[in-house]
Design a protein around this ligand. Structure first.
Ligand code: SF4
Length: 84
Protein backbone atom coordinates (compact mmCIF):
# COMPACT_ATOMS: atom_id res chain seq x y z
CA UNK A 1 0.00 0.00 0.00
CA UNK A 2 1.22 3.48 -0.81
CA UNK A 3 2.69 5.44 2.12
CA UNK A 4 0.28 8.30 1.62
CA UNK A 5 -2.71 5.99 1.96
CA UNK A 6 -1.18 4.25 4.96
CA UNK A 7 -0.59 7.65 6.57
CA UNK A 8 -4.22 8.68 6.06
CA UNK A 9 -5.66 5.40 7.36
CA UNK A 10 -3.28 5.20 10.29
CA UNK A 11 -3.68 8.88 11.17
CA UNK A 12 -7.47 8.72 11.26
CA UNK A 13 -7.44 5.38 13.11
CA UNK A 14 -5.17 6.84 15.79
CA UNK A 15 -7.36 9.95 15.89
CA UNK A 16 -10.44 7.78 16.52
CA UNK A 17 -8.73 5.39 18.95
CA UNK A 18 -6.01 7.37 20.73
CA UNK A 19 -3.14 5.69 22.54
CA UNK A 20 -0.85 7.34 25.07
CA UNK A 21 2.29 6.84 22.96
CA UNK A 22 0.82 8.32 19.81
CA UNK A 23 -0.70 11.24 21.70
CA UNK A 24 2.66 12.13 23.25
CA UNK A 25 4.29 12.42 19.82
CA UNK A 26 1.20 14.11 18.37
CA UNK A 27 1.30 16.83 21.04
CA UNK A 28 4.92 17.68 20.21
CA UNK A 29 4.18 17.86 16.51
CA UNK A 30 0.98 19.83 17.05
CA UNK A 31 2.88 22.48 19.02
CA UNK A 32 5.02 23.05 15.91
CA UNK A 33 2.08 22.96 13.46
CA UNK A 34 0.06 25.38 15.58
CA UNK A 35 2.65 28.10 15.02
CA UNK A 36 3.26 27.26 11.35
CA UNK A 37 1.93 29.77 8.79
CA UNK A 38 1.02 26.85 6.51
CA UNK A 39 -1.59 25.57 8.97
CA UNK A 40 -4.94 26.90 7.79
CA UNK A 41 -8.45 26.92 9.23
CA UNK A 42 -11.11 24.76 7.61
CA UNK A 43 -14.83 24.23 8.08
CA UNK A 44 -14.12 20.80 9.63
CA UNK A 45 -14.01 21.87 13.27
CA UNK A 46 -17.39 20.34 14.04
CA UNK A 47 -16.86 17.20 11.95
CA UNK A 48 -13.36 16.57 13.27
CA UNK A 49 -13.28 17.74 16.87
CA UNK A 50 -9.95 17.29 18.62
CA UNK A 51 -10.58 17.44 22.33
CA UNK A 52 -7.09 16.35 23.33
CA UNK A 53 -5.22 18.73 20.99
CA UNK A 54 -7.43 21.81 20.68
CA UNK A 55 -4.71 23.94 19.08
CA UNK A 56 -4.90 22.00 15.79
CA UNK A 57 -8.63 21.27 15.83
CA UNK A 58 -10.08 21.68 12.33
CA UNK A 59 -6.75 22.82 10.87
CA UNK A 60 -5.25 21.57 7.65
CA UNK A 61 -1.69 21.76 6.33
CA UNK A 62 -1.88 23.82 3.15
CA UNK A 63 1.41 22.29 1.94
CA UNK A 64 0.39 18.60 1.95
CA UNK A 65 -3.38 19.03 2.23
CA UNK A 66 -3.67 16.79 5.30
CA UNK A 67 -5.90 17.37 8.28
CA UNK A 68 -3.53 17.98 11.13
CA UNK A 69 -5.45 15.92 13.68
CA UNK A 70 -4.67 12.86 11.53
CA UNK A 71 -1.31 13.99 10.18
CA UNK A 72 0.33 14.36 13.59
CA UNK A 73 -0.93 10.91 14.65
CA UNK A 74 0.71 8.73 12.00
CA UNK A 75 4.23 7.45 11.36
CA UNK A 76 4.38 7.14 7.56
CA UNK A 77 4.87 10.75 6.53
CA UNK A 78 6.77 13.62 8.06
CA UNK A 79 6.22 17.36 7.83
CA UNK A 80 6.62 18.41 4.16
CA UNK A 81 8.71 21.39 5.36
CA UNK A 82 10.85 19.15 7.60
CA UNK A 83 9.77 20.94 10.76
CA UNK A 84 9.16 17.56 12.45
S1 SF4 B 1 2.96 19.59 8.75
FE1 SF4 B 1 4.72 21.00 8.65
S2 SF4 B 1 4.23 22.43 6.98
FE2 SF4 B 1 2.33 21.42 7.58
S3 SF4 B 1 1.38 22.78 9.12
FE3 SF4 B 1 2.63 21.26 10.24
S4 SF4 B 1 4.62 22.23 10.51
FE4 SF4 B 1 3.55 23.36 8.89
Amino acid sequence: MENRLKAIISGFTNYAFPSKEIETVALQRAAICATCPLAVTTMMKQLLPDDSIKKIEGLKCSECGCFLSAKVRQAYESCPKKKW
